[in-house]
Design a protein around this ligand. Structure first.
Ligand SMILES: [Zn+2]
Ligand SMILES: [Zn+2]
Ligand SMILES: [Zn+2]
Length: 468
C-alpha cells in the first residue's frame, strides 16, 4: 500500500508487519509501525527494537499508526506516539522524533554493565530521560499474569512479566534513583508468581472447597444452639422443631435468632465456623493458602536528579564497587553461612540472629560526596561495625544503604545491645566526618528459626520494614 509521507521527516523506518523487525534499523531517526492492529504483534515489534544491543536503535522513537482509538495500557510506556493519520499528524511526529533525538545526543555513551540489573536499570533510565518523563505509572497488565507491569523497565528485560521487576525497582529506590508513591498491593502465586488467582473458602481439615453453608439457630426458651439442619425433621421440612425441647419455632427475633453461620464439609463432614481461604492459581493450578501468597506493593515512581545525572553520564549504577570492602562477605557467601547456622541450630542449643541495618538517608550524603568518597565512607562504616562484633559474626553489604549482620550464638538481649551500640557509633562517625550530617538509621533484627528455610528468612528480613 502506498503511504503519503510528504509531511513526515525523512529517515523514518516503516514497519508493516512483525516480520519486518529482522531488517536493519541503522541510520534511521524513528520507527513508524503501520497497518499492524494486533496488540501482540505491536508488542513483539516494540520489544524487538527496545532489546537491540545497539542503544541508538533501542532508543528509537516509536510511532504507532493505527485504527486503535487508545493504546492498551501495557503498551503505554513503550510507544511514543499514537496517530491515526500520517498526513495531518506529520508535524506531531516530527516534533516527537526531534525531541527524543535531541535528548539522545545530550547523553554520553552508555558504559558497559557487568550485572544484568545494572544493564536493565541504566537502559530504562536513559529511555525515561530521552522521553522527558518525570513520573512513571504502573499499568494494569492486560496481557500477562503479573497484575501490574512497569513497561518503562520491563521492555528492557528478558522476561516481561517476571517478579524481578519489583526487586529491580526496590533496588533503584534504595539507590535514590526514584522516590515512590503508593498505588496498590498485589498478591501472587508462590509457585509461579502469577497474579491470576481464584479465591475460595475451603475446609480447614481436608482443604475441600465443597462446603455447605448453614445458619446457626439459637432457641431462646431452652437456650439450645445448633445448625439449622438439627431443627429439621424428616417429613416435616416446612417447620423447624427444636431437637432439645421439641417445640416448633415461631418467629425469628421473637423465640429464636440466627447469631452466626457454619460450614459443613461435604467431603469429610467437618463442621467449622472459620473456613480457610485458598487461592487457586489459574496458571499452574497450585492452591495457595492466602497467608502464603507473595505480596508486593505497587508504586508510582518519580525520577530524582541523581537518576537524570546517571542517565546523561551513562554511568552504571552498580553495587560492584562495594563488594570488595574489607571485612564483608559477598551476599551469596553470607547466605550460605546463614543456612549453615540454621542447620547448626537444629542440633546445638544455641540462639543466633540476623539483622539488617538501614542507613535511610545515606543516599543524600552519597549524592554530595561523589563515588570515591562513597567507598571510603562505607569502608569506615564497616570498620566501626567490625570493631563492635566478635570475629565469628558476619557482615555483608546488601546495597549502599543496607548492611546485613549475622550475629552468631547471641541471646536476643545481647543482639539488641550490640545493634544499639553500633547505631550510636555509626551516627557519631558520620556526624564527625561529614560536617554534622545526621544519618537516620533503622534496623530489623530477627532470631534465626530452625523451622523456616534460610533463604526465606533472608528475604523476609529485607522485606519487613526496618524500624528506628
Ligand atoms: Zn473437609
Ligand atoms: Zn428448644
Ligand atoms: Zn501458580
Amino acid at each position: 500500500m502506498a503511504i503519503d509521507t510528504s509531511n513526515l521527516p525523512d529517515s523514518l523506518k516503516f514497519i508493516y508487519s512483525h516480520l519486518d523487525v529482522r531488517t536493519d534499523f541503522a541510520g534511521y531517526s524513528g520507527v513508524v509501525i503501520t497497518d499492524v492492529d494486533e496488540v501482540d504483534q505491536i508488542r513483539y515489534i516494540v520489544r524487538k527494537i527496545r532489546s537491540n544491543n545497539d542503544e541508538k536503535i533501542s532508543l528509537l522513537p516509536i510511532i504507532l499508526h493505527t485504527s486503535l482509538k487508545t493504546l492498551p495500557s501495557s503498551l503505554e510506556n513503550m510507544v511514543d506516539l499514537l496517530i491515526s493519520d500520517l498526513v495531518s499528524q506529520g508535524m506531531q511526529v516530527a516534533d516527537v522524533v526531534a525531541g527524543i533525538q535531541t535528548a539522545i545526543q545530550r547523553m554520553a555513551p552508555i558504559q558497559k554493565a557487568t550485572r544484568y540489573e545494572d544493564h536493565v536499570l541504566t537502559r530504562a533510565l536513559r529511555f525515561v530521560y530521552t522521553r522527558n518523563r518525570k513520573t512513571l505509572n504502573p499499568a494494569i497488565n492486560d496481557d500477562g499474569p503479573v497484575g501490574y507491569v512497569h513497561s518503562f523497565l520491563t521492555q528492557f528485560m528478558d522476561r516481561e512479566y517476571s517478579l524481578d521487576q519489583y526487586d529491580m525497582l526496590k533496588l533503584a529506590l534504595r539507590e535514590g534513583l526514584f522516590t515512590s508513591e503508593f498505588v496498590d498491593v498485589i498478591y501472587l502465586c508462590n509457585k509461579c508468581h502469577s497474579g491470576a488467582l481464584m479465591y475460595r473458602e475451603a475446609c480447614p481439615n481436608c482443604q475441600s472447597t465443597h462446603l455447605v453453608h448453614e445458619d446457626i439457630i439459637h432457641h431462646f426458651p431452652c437456650a439450645y444452639v445448633g445448625p439449622q439442619q438439627d431443627f429439621v425433621i424428616a417429613g416435616q421440612e416446612q417447620d423447624l422443631i427444636c431437637p432439645k425441647c421439641d417445640k416448633r419455632l415461631k418467629h425469628i427475633g421473637v423465640d429464636y435468632d440466627k447469631p452466626s453461620s457454619i460450614f459443613t464439609c461435604q467431603k469429610c463432614d467437618q463442621r467449622s465456623q472459620h473456613p480457610v481461604v485458598v487461592a487457586k492459581c489459574c496458571t499452574c493450578l497450585h492452591d495457595n493458602p492466602v497467608e502464603h501468597l507473595i505480596k508486593r506493593e505497587v508504586f508510582k515512581y518519580h525520577i530524582t536528579a541523581k537518576a537524570v545525572h546517571n542517565a546523561v553520564q551513562g554511568t552504571i549504577f552498580s553495587m560492584d564497587n562495594y563488594i570488595n570492602i574489607p571485612g564483608t562477605l559477598p551476599k551469596d557467601v553470607f547466605q550460605v553461612l546463614i543456612r549453615q547456622e540454621v542447620e547448626r541450630m537444629k542440633v546445638a542449643k544455641i540462639e543466633s540472629h540476623m539483622a539488617a541495618i538501614e542507613l535511610v538517608n545515606l543516599v543524600d550524603l552519597f549524592n554530595r560526596i561523589g563515588p570515591d568518597a562513597q567507598t571510603t565512607l562505607l569502608t569506615e562504616l564497616i570498620n566501626v561495625i567490625r570493631e563492635g562484633l566478635k570475629s565469628v559474626d558476619i557482615i555483608s553489604i546488601e546495597n549502599s544503604s543496607i548492611i546485613l549482620l549475622g550475629l552468631l550464638e547471641r541471646k536476643h538481649d545481647e543482639a539488641i545491645n550490640i545493634i544499639s551500640n553500633l547505631i550510636v557509633e555509626l551516627k557519631r562517625l558520620v556526624r564527625d566526618n561529614y560536617k554534622g550530617f545526621e544519618v537516620q538509621i533503622n534496623f530489623n533484627l530477627n532470631k534465626l528459626a530452625t523451622h523456616r528455610d534460610a533463604a526465606e528468612q533472608y528475604r523476609s528480613l529485607l522485606e519487613e520494614k526496618t524500624k528506628a
